[in-house]
Ligand binder design. Structure first.
Ligand code: NDP
Length: 322
């Protein structure tokens, strides 16, 4: 099969398409013929070595397609089933093998490409808004990069929970998408000091929670935007990793909480995975959640797809089509 490989760490140019053996499922696994592969920011951290992996590797953690073969002890899947998943390595390829317990059957009304686009960013937004800091009516939330893959979904989920959303984005075009997703206020954080603007928009009180996936360039001001006992939820490093933080800072900012969550710990049992994915897929079916696919590129153009994503040119999901 064709697959994208990383043989050395570096920029998008290290992604090369080559012919590799098609993987075979073992006990408890199914093989999926991929129809769409979801791109995520974590693929960058793997490729650059921020999150180390053994070389060479096939990047990518997300996709959707049709079950092709099932291994032993897989009772609830059969060839032809349409499935989607997040958190399965080796996804920039024509086929992937996955533990059956990671797979979610896609219902009628949710097409395979939308399934591939929704799983990782959808379940991430779900755990952030429902569990890490469970938003409720009257809460004020700051959401950075609100026109990104996670951003557009998180804004919609925060609104479904009844929160007031203050969003940041880099351009006017992204601002209009964030507003379309439901953001109450949008701040162009490349032009305006978002800390001052958040203070102004909250009459000096600050927000209950800051969801910060930008990291290095925003974490400190995000922390300053919190009201006492607020939550700083650091969940990404798009601008670079956050440096070590002195716990006394949390005291000085008003007994605030800081957490650095990852999806794995919020989908660690089959029950939790099915519940989160079920909500995401159900809201897509009911029309409560819209998934914006920014663009689709052929698998062989993975390098270009990564380039535009990392250059902040994309607004929503980027898919590779094998
Ligand atoms: P996005 O589509 O949101 O792309 C990243 C966005 O970050 C850009 O579009 C840009 O938006 C913003 N950004 C700000 N500064 C920079 C910079 N210096 N370089 C690049 N981008 C920058 O990506 P994803 O939706 O895939 O992921 C969003 C974030 O969420 C990532 O940090 C990712 O690691 C994190 N994440 C964390 C998970 C977890 O469980 N912890 C799971 C999934 C994602 P703008 O132009 O508006 O500034």
């Amino acid at each position: 099969m064709n697959a994208i490989q990383v043989a050395q760490l570096g920029g998008p140019e290290v992604l090369s398409c080559s012919e590799v053996d098609t993987p075979e499922p073992v006990k408890g696994q199914a093989r999926i013929k991929l129809e769409a592969v979801g791109l995520n920011y974590i693929d960058t951290y793997h490729r650059t070595g921020l999150y180390p992996l053994d070389l060479p590797f096939i990047p990518g953690l997300e996709g959707a397609g049709t079950v092709d073969i099932v291994g032993e002890n897989v009772d609830d899947l059969e060839p032809g089933d349409r499935v989607a998943y997040a958190g399965v390595p080796g996804s920039y390829a024509e086929y992937v093998v996955a533990p059956a317990e990671k797979l979610i059957k896609l219902p009628e009304g949710v097409d395979t490409r939308t399934g591939a686009a929704a799983m990782l960013q959808g379940m991430t937004s779900h755990y952030l808004a429902h569990c890490t800091y469970p938003l409720s009516s009257g809460d004020v939330a700051l959401i950075h990069a609100a026109a990104g893959g996670v951003g557009l979904i998180l804004v919609q989920m925060a609104k479904l929970r009844g929160a007031r959303v203050l969003a940041t984005v880099s351009t006017e075009e992204k601002a209009s998408l964030a507003r379309g997703a439901g953001a109450d206020e949008v701040i162009l954080y490349m032009e305006t000091d978002f800390e001052q603007e958040v203070k102004h928009l909250t009459d000096g009180e600050g927000v209950h929670v800051a969801y910060d996936s930008v990291g290095k360039s925003t974490w400190e001001k995000s922390m300053n935007c919190l009201r006492p006992r607020g939550y700083l939820v650091l969940f990404g490093n798009a601008s670079g990793p956050v440096p070590p933080i002195d716990p006394l800072l949390l005291t000085q900012r008003g007994s605030i909480f800081m957490t650095r969550p990852t999806m794995i710990n919020y989908t660690s049992t089959r029950e939790e995975l099915v519940q989160r994915a079920g909500d995401v897929v159900g809201w897509i079916q009911s029309g409560d959640l819209s998934i914006r696919i920014d663009r689709e590129l052929p698998l062989a153009e993975a390098g270009e797809a990564r380039r535009v994503l990392e250059a902040r040119e994309t607004k929503g999901k980027v898919l590779l089509i094998p």
